[in-house]
Ligand binder design. Structure first.
Ligand code: F6R
Length: 608
């Protein structure tokens, strides 16, 4: 959610800056701006829309061989104000001497703005960020660092900022509170970088300094100091997993399709760390050894969006397999509940990015109450992964574009492994079933490969459904998570309306919507509720509704079939979820949607 980038050095801005912005584009692509300067003059380039639009503009504006020593840049995901050039960053003061880029939300911006308006300041944008530029001007202490340190305590809530000032032309200040910011410098200190995340920097560096809340980096000429809560500190750089952060599209039409096709490999990577297939048992080193030290009788899962859907499977698996009580909480609401921290409850947070503000807030609260927290995160070095000591990485590799696919599959796999761990720990019965699940997991990557070969067949079905405007996505039992997740994927990239619903709930009201123009997609592998799903199909058909059945069996009563390969009941969600991803992908592609950059979305939701 908004990417910010800063650089001090001698590289040619017009050639390399766009490259960095492209790497951050997945964080927001409503608009992009940058400002470059070389102490004597300043150049600002802005563009509404994708970074590629900015490329053309910058080529016209910047002299090809011009070297700028300082730049700050931004890709925007709009929170305050429409997608217009005025609302794009960098924002600047009225005297046009102070410039900043911002990621986050200043919650008290209205009150601050009112006080500045009362002093006759004029505002050109609707953003909260412009207020901070004007506030710096208003509080000016003849020195950028002093003024920033004076203004920051008056701001409420989330930010990562980069500041520059014409008054102190050889300085950049980077500061973080809640929103992510990382920093890096080369050994000879000829190149210094700031970025919202490690992904953009992974193309040039192997070690990064992760800034914590209230930390500020002050670059002057080509030297820097770091302060924590205004006191000087020294911080060392940490190694990042460069290979897993670099992502390329190869020959795939979209990043999303590439990531869908990567799923067999992703699962093999998860298994390599966690399962000993030879001895049909889990590899307990690390995370599980930590959990072994405590007794738990309940697991509460907390997450948002796709990660929240993954948890639904966790509750079924934990209850069905491990016989353990469990519940799911949507993170954005959880913090507003009167949370009763239970000593024997494990609070598990799951996040692809590890930066989701809605999840970080309740995690911090629970930690402050000494609750047993545990996280499952994909991005190494992310904020959530730095907050708690007990964890498991999902190891899906970098998920570049917005709609989550392989991260979901890696999450459900990790959750199933967690359920198997508790099953073994608490119950230790029914070994045959336990072994059967592990044996089947080993086959799942191959089974997914079989399904992926049917991608073009699924495209033919997508061709049939693409002109309908609204859909039910129906489920029972384990397919709950799959139906919710498939419905979200479908909405996100095709912009067609869909609602996930338990198939037996149709008759309690929702059937009112079903007619020949309102089809339903039903996820119904041949599990113990298969016959009941067949009855639901009849209910829909009796109202003239059309049905797309996703099943390992051909269903004659359905209008269209997506036939998936066979597995066992417990592992069908791995297969049906990927069928759902392909249905969404092909439908969106046939509708000419911008699949890798769907409208109004951003990959990493760092605002509340
Ligand atoms: C959907 C999607 C979002 C995220 C949600 C939580 O495709 O990606 O719904 O799942 O914003 O993000 P993380 O998992 O990064 O906490």
């Amino acid at each position: 959610m908004c990417g910010i980038f800063g650089y001090v050095g001698k590289q040619n801005a017009s050639k390399v800056l766009i490259h960095w912005l492209e790497k951050l584009e997945y964080r927001g692509y409503d608009s992009a701006w940058f400002v470059v300067w070389n102490t004597s003059w300043l150049q600002l380039v802005k563009s509404v829309g994708k970074v590629s639009y900015l490329t053309a503009k910058s080529e016209n504006t910047l002299v090809a061989d011009e070297t700028f020593s300082y730049w700050i840049a931004h890709t925007r995901w709009a929170t305050h104000g429409w997608v217009t050039e005025n609302n794009c960053h960098p924002h600047y003061s009225e005297n046009e001497k102070i410039y900043l880029v911002h990621n986050g939300i200043i919650e008290n911006y209205k009150e601050l703005k009112d006080s500045l308006v009362a002093k006759w300041y004029k505002f050109y944008s609707e953003t909260d960020s412009e207020v901070v530029a004007k506030l710096i001007e208003d509080s000016w202490e003849w020195n950028l660092l002093k003024t920033v340190e004076k203004v920051l305590p008056t701001l409420e809530w989330a930010y990562a900022f980069l500041f520059i000032s014409k008054e102190n032309p050889d300085e950049i200040i980077g500061v973080k509170y809640w929103s992510p910011l990382v920093f890096w410098y080369s050994n000879d200190k000829k190149d210094l970088y700031f970025s919202s995340d490690t992904q953009a920097l992974a193309w040039v560096v192997e070690n990064i300094i992760f800034l914590d809340d209230w930390e500020l980096v002050h670059i002057k000429s080509s030297d820097y100091t770091i302060k924590s809560e205004w006191k000087l500190v020294s911080k060392s750089a940490e190694k990042i997993d460069v290979a897993s952060l670099k992502a390329e599209k190869w020959d795939f039409k979209h990043f999303m399709l590439k990531e869908i096709f990567e799923q067999p490999k992703v699962l093999n990577d998860v298994f390599r760390w966690r399962i000993d297939f030879e001895n049909l048992k889990l590899n307990k080193a690390g995370s599980f050894e930590e959990l072994d030290k405590f007794e738990f009788d309940k697991v509460v899962f907390v997450a948002c969006g796709t990660s929240y859907h993954a948890w639904w499977l966790g509750t079924y698996w934990l209850q069905d397999l491990a016989g353990m009580d469990s519940s799911v909480e949507v993170a954005s609401e959880y913090e507003y509940k009167n949370i009763r921290v239970e000593a024997k409850t494990l609070y598990v947070f799951i996040s692809q990015s590890g930066e989701t503000a809605d999840s970080i807030e309740p995690l911090k609260y629970l930690k402050s109450k000494w609750a047993h927290t545990f996280w499952i995160v994909n991005v190494v070095g992310s904020t959530i992964s730095r907050l708690t000591d007990s964890w498991m990485f999902t190891r899906a590799g970098t998920e570049v574009w917005v709609a989550s696919t392989k991260a979901f599959t890696a999450q459900i796999c990790t959750i199933l492994i967690l359920a198997l761990y508790f099953w073994e720990k608490n119950w230790n019965l029914w070994r045959q079933k336990y072994r059967q699940i592990i044996q089947e997991l080993q086959k799942i990557p191959g089974i997914i490969d079989e399904l992926l070969k049917e991608s073009e067949e699924i495209r033919k079905v997508a061709q049939e459904i693409k002109d309908y405007k609204q859909f039910f996505f129906l489920w029972r039992h384990l397919e709950l998570a799959v139906a919710y997740e498939s419905s979200l994927k479908f909405k996100e990239i095709s912009y067609l309306n869909s609602q996930a619903l338990p198939s037996w709930e149709l008759k309690h009201g929702s059937l009112a919507l079903v007619d020949k123009d309102f089809p339903s997609v039903i996820f119904m592998p041949s599990d113990f509720l298969y016959e009941k799903n067949l009855s639901s199909i009849q209910e829909v058909k009796a109202r003239n509704g059309k049905i797309l059945a996703v099943s390992n069996k051909k269903i004659d009563s359905a209008t269209w079939n997506v036939i998936i390969p066979e597995t066992i009941e417990e592992t069908y969600p791995f297969i049906t979820a990927i069928a759902g991803q392909l249905i969404a992908y092909h439908t969106a592609d046939l509708l000419w949607r911008d699949i890798d950059k769907p409208r109004n979305l951003a990959k990493s939701v760092t605002v509340k």
